[in-house]
Design a protein around this ligand. Structure first.
Ligand code: PMT
Length: 404
């Protein structure tokens, strides 16, 4: 998605310059064209040669060193860029930009560009919190600059707090998302999408519970992709160990009952519901507040059915689009079609969890999507992100009233 996109990376001086080098490499690997401007302080940390080698382009740092006599370098670079990233952005650069100061190659170019500029601050936590810096950030925000907020963690100065340059992978994801939005627009803008993901945990006692192998990857991928397409996304997730997707409202739950309560709460305000969670079908009838002792050679735990959330949604649905999943080990088509009908779904995504590359825990899936007319779309092995995108294309068609 960023192949051929022209990205101007403005690097100012801080220890995080090394991350800017990694970012350059990632942008180039993703197909972007990258040109780099460095401030004098940035060059104290890393030499321009590093960025030249990684970007395979000249690096600019001196306003008066005109490499091409046919153009004025800072204007030419400012006009060339599709997107300008200032990473890392020091308090000094932020201050200069907020006050219209143009005293070097980097700041003159920043003032001259009409491209979108994203600023990724990196500095000591107290510097970042300083009212002068915050005021400058606010000013720039009001001028239309966008910020990639620093993350929290261990800082080079020894403090722990907010001030770390966001990780290059995350910045790359934001850049990709930006260009994707430009390319596709936001077909799900103003659409409220509710997604469930992950397993549930059914408590036995304070140390034991019943659960399953769902990692949440499938549901999180759908949430992330839906948000990229402009949807207003709520993700209700069981316990997982993966990071919550950005730009999504996340509600963390434990048990099937918790998930049921939250889903029913959001359901009336939702246009599309996608239930990829692996909800427990049964829970222990009795739960214990204290740890059970192993006094018996055999233990029988009586289980009772949980509420079938999807079925309940199917019963109550009015004009919402309802998408279910079917995780099967055999007779995939037969069971999927049965669930589609009995739960009153608009689409069902069937995956055979015994097939390699499909189902629980993997980054990929192999699914077949059935619609109400039982028309099926068989998808080959693809990443969960691609599956999510294909599924959301179908949802979009249904929202427009188009049946493929
Ligand atoms: O999380 P990952 O590791 O990425 O794995 C992805 C996945 C395998 C979990 C996912 O692709 C998947 O198949 N999700 C559905 C798992 C499941 O519970 O399937 P099921 O066939 O048992 O249930 C059918 C549907 O009813 C599902 O949409 C389920 O969310 C829903 N259900 C089930 C039981 C229940 N009490 N309430 C429900 O709403």
């Amino acid at each position: 998605m960023i192949t051929g996109r022209k990205i101007l990376l403005c690097v100012s001086g801080g220890i995080a310059v090394y991350k800017a080098a990694a970012l350059t490499s990632k942008l180039i690997q993703a197909g972007a064209e990258v040109k780099v401007i460095m401030s004098d302080s940035a060059m104290e940390f890393v030499s321009p040669l590093t960025f030249q080698a990684l970007s395979r382009n000249d690096v600019f740092f001196d306003t008066f060193d005109e490499k091409n006599s046919k153009v004025i370098a800072h204007i030419d670079l400012a006009d060339w860029a599709d997107l300008v990233l200032v990473a890392p952005a020091t308090a000094n650069i932020i201050g200069k930009l907020a006050n219209g100061i143009a005293d070097n190659m980097l700041t003159t170019t920043l003032l001259a560009t009409t491209a979108k500029v994203w600023i990724a601050p990196a500095m000591n936590v107290h510097m970042y919190d300083n009212p002068a810096v915050q005021k400058n950030i606010q000013t720039l925000f009001e001028y239309g600059y966008e910020f990639i907020e620093p993350s929290e963690g261990f800082l080079a100065c020894g403090y722990i707090g907010k001030g770390r340059l966001e990780e290059p992978e995350k910045i790359l994801a934001l850049v990709t998302n930006y260009f994707e939005k430009q390319e596709y627009g936001e077909p799900l803008k103003n659409v409220k999408v509710l997604i469930t993901a992950g397993p549930t945990r059914e408590k036995v006692d304070p140390v034991r519970y019943f659960t399953n192998h769902s990692s949440g990857k499938m549901g999180y991928a759908i949430a992330e992709e839906a948000a990229k397409l402009g949807a207003d996304v709520t993700l209700i997730t069981g316990p997982t160990s993966i990071e919550f997707p950005s730009s999504v409202h996340v509600i963390a739950v434990e048990s099937a009952e918790d998930m049921y309560q939250e889903v029913m709460n959001y359901f009336p305000k939702t246009d599309v519901i996608i239930k990829s969670a692996a909800v427990a079908d049964y829970r222990p009838v009795m739960t214990y507040d204290q740890k059970m002792k192993k006094d018996h050679d055999h233990l029988v735990i009586e289980m009772e059915k949980t509420t079938d959330i999807l079925k309940e949604l199917g019963r109550q649905k009015t004009d919402q689009i309802l998408v279910g999943f079917a995780a099967e080990t055999n007779d995939l088509e037969q069971y999927a079609k049965k669930k589609l009908e009995s739960k009153n779904l608009d689409l069902i995504v069937a995956n055979n969890i015994t097939t390699e590359g499909a189902g629980f825990g993997t980054d990929t899936n192999i699914v077949t999507i059935y619609d109400r007319n039982l028309a099926k779309t068989e998808l080959p092995l693809m990443s969960k992100t691609e599956v999510a995108r294909k599924l959301l294309e179908k949802v979009h068609c249904l929202l427009k009233g188009v049946h493929e």
